[in-house]
Write a protein that binds this ligand. Structure first.
Ligand code: PHE
Length: 451
C-alpha cells in the first residue's frame, strides 16, 4: 500500500512509536494502578517487567513487523507461511480496538478538563474538585460525546495521513510535556505533607507484594509500552532498514518509564497533601491535579490558569498520538487484507470503538449497572486487555520469534545483518525463547490459581 513509508524521517518513526507508548497509560493509568497496589513495591515490579519482559517483547514485535513489511496479521501470516499465527495479528487488532473504546473515555475526560480550565471552572477547593468530577462523569451526554469526538478526531488524523504533521509536532510537544511534568513535580513536592507521597512511591513495602500485584504490574508494563497489540509490529513495518531495533526499544522503554515515574511524583505528593486517597481508582489524577494548580499557583491566578490549560492540552495531545496507533492497526489491516478503501476501513474501527466508548462512559457514570462479571464495563475492558490480552499477545510474539521464524531471519533483523548489537543476540534469544514465555505463563497460572 502507498501509505507504507508515510513516516517522514528515521527520527520521525521512532518518535511516532514513542508517541504511541507515552500517553494516558503513563500519566493516568500508572499512578492509579500504583495507588491501588501499594506504591513503591509495585513500581519496582513494574520496572522489572519492563526490563526483563517488555524490551525483548518490543523487539520481537519490531522484528515481525519490519521483516513482514505489512499490517500485523499479514506480517504474521507471511512469516509463518500461512500457519495459524495470523491469529496473533487478529488478537492484536481486537485488543487495540477494545483499548481504543475505553481509552477514548479517559481522553474525553481530559478534553472536558481542558475546556473547563479554559473557562476557569476547574479551580476551587478540594470538595468542589471532587464534586466537579462526580457531576461531570455521571452526566448522560458529556462524557460520551467527548469520548466519541476524540475517536472521530483520531479518525480524521488517520485517514488524512497527517501523521507527518503530528510527528513534527511531537518533536516539540513531547519535550514540553516532559518539562511541564518536571515543573509540576517540583510544585507538587512543595505542598504540605508532600513527603508522605514521595515515600509512598519510592520506599517499598515488600509485604504488599502478592501474586495479583505482579499480575497488575505485568499488565501495566505491557499497556504502557503498547506491547501485545501488534501496534509496535504495525509501526515497525514503517521502520527503515537501518533502524537499530535494540536501541529504539531501549530508548522508548526508558522514556516511557521516566514519564510514568514523573507522573507518580506529580500525583502522590499532591494526593497525600490534599487528602485524596491514593487508591481512588481511575479518577485519581482528576481529583488530585486541580489541587496542585490551585494551591501552588493559586497566588498568581494567571499562572494557575495557564499551567492547567497547558497541562491538559499536552495530555490530550499525548493521548492522541496513542489513539492514532490503536486506530492504525485495524485500519491498516482492513485496507491491506480485505482490500477496502482506507477511509472505509477507518470507519469500521471508528464505529466499533465509538459504540464501546459510549457503553464504557455510561458504565462509570450515568448507568452504573452496566457491568460484566460484577465490574463496570469500562474496568472490565481495561482489565481484560491489559492483564490478559496484552501479555498473551506479547508472549505469543516472543514464542513466534524465538521458536518459529528461522534463526537466520531473527539474527539479520536483530543485528541489522551483523552490523549492530551482535553481542546481545544470544541474550535476546534466551529472553524470547525461555525467559519471557515462562515468566508470563507462571504469572498467568498463578493468577488463575492453578499454580
Ligand atoms: N501505551 C499507550 C499509553 O501508555 C496505550 C496503548 C496501548 C497504545 C496499546 C497502543 C496500544 O497510553
Amino acid at each position: 500500500m502507498n501509505e507504507r513509508g508515510k513516516f517522514g524521517s528515521k527520527l520521525g518513526i521512532v518518535l511516532a512509536t514513542a508517541g504511541s507508548a507515552v500517553g494516558l497509560g503513563n500519566i493516568w493509568r500508572f499512578p492509579y494502578m500504583t495507588g491501588q497496589n501499594g506504591g513503591a513495591a509495585f513500581l519496582l515490579l513494574y520496572i522489572g517487567c519492563i526490563l526483563l519482559l517488555g524490551v525483548p517483547g518490543m523487539i520481537s514485535e519490531f522484528i515481525v513487523g519490519r521483516h513482514g513489511q505489512a499490517n500485523a496479521a499479514t506480517a504474521y501470516d507471511k512469516l509463518s507461511g500461512g500457519r495459524p499465527w495470523k491469529l496473533v495479528g487478529y488478537l492484536g487488532i481486537l485488543t487495540s480496538t477494545i483499548i481504543l473504546g475505553f481509552y477514548a473515555v479517559v481522553a474525553g475526560w481530559c478534553c472536558e478538563y481542558l475546556f473547563a480550565s479554559l473557562a476557569g471552572r476547574t479551580l476551587g477547593d478540594a470538595d468542589y474538585i471532587n464534586n466537579y468530577f462526580a457531576t461531570f462523569s455521571t452526566n448522560l451526554w458529556r462524557p460520551m460525546l467527548w469520548g466519541v469526538a476524540f475517536i472521530v478526531l483520531t479518525h480524521l488524523v488517520v485517514i488524512r495521513g497527517i501523521r507527518n504533521g503530528i510527528e513534527r509536532a511531537s518533536k516539540w510537544l513531547m519535550p514540553i510535556l516532559f518539562i511541564l511534568l518536571l515543573v509540576l513535580v517540583v510544585a507538587s513536592c512543595s505542598l504540605p505533607n508532600a513527603m508522605e507521597g514521595v515515600r509512598f512511591l519510592l520506599m517499598p513495602d515488600f509485604s504488599k507484594i502478592d501474586s495479583s500485584t505482579v499480575f497488575e504490574a505485568l499488565g501495566q508494563a505491557f499497556f504502557s509500552l503498547s506491547l501485545g497489540t501488534a501496534c509496535l509490529c504495525t509501526y515497525a513495518s514503517y521502520f527503515s532498514h537501518d533502524t537499530n531495533l535494540l536501541k529504539s526499544a531501549s530508548q522508548i522503554a526508558l522514556v516511557d518509564t521516566m514519564i510514568a515515574i514523573l507522573a507518580g511524583l506529580m500525583i502522590f505528593p499532591a494526593a497525600f497533601s490534599a487528602g485524596v486517597r491514593p487508591d481512588s481508582g481511575p479518577e485519581l489524577i482528576f481529583l488530585t491535579l486541580p489541587n496542585v494548580f490551585q494551591q501552588v499557583f493559586g497566588g498568581v491566578p494567571v499562572v494557575a490558569y495557564i499551567v492547567s490549560i497547558m497541562f491538559y492540552a499536552l495530555l490530550v495531545f499525548a493521548a492522541l498520538t496513542s489513539t492514532i496507533s490503536m486506530h492504525e492497526i485495524g485500519t491498516a489491516f482492513f485496507t491491506e487484507e480485505l482490500k477496502l478503501p482506507r477511509k472505509k476501513s477507518a470507519w469500521i474501527i471508528t464505529t466499533v470503538a465509538s459504540v464501546l466508548c459510549v457503553l464504557c462512559a455510561w458504565s462509570v457514570g450515568a448507568f452504573d449497572g452496566l457491568q460484566l462479571f460484577g465490574i463496570p464495563l469500562m474496568g472490565f475492558c481495561d482489565q481484560l486487555t491489559a492483564n490478559f490480552m496484552l501479555p498473551l499477545g506479547g508472549m505469543l510474539a516472543c514464542l513466534f520469534v524465538g521458536w518459529y521464524i528461522p534463526r537466520q531471519t531473527v539474527w539479520a533483523e536483530f543485528t541489522n545483518d551483523g552490523t549492530k548489537n551482535v553481542p546481545f543476540h544470544r541474550i535476546f534469544l534466551f529472553a524470547v525463547r525461555y525467559l519471557c514465555p515462562i515468566c508470563i505463563l507462571i504469572i498467568f497460572l498463578h493468577q488463575l490459581g492453578i499454580l
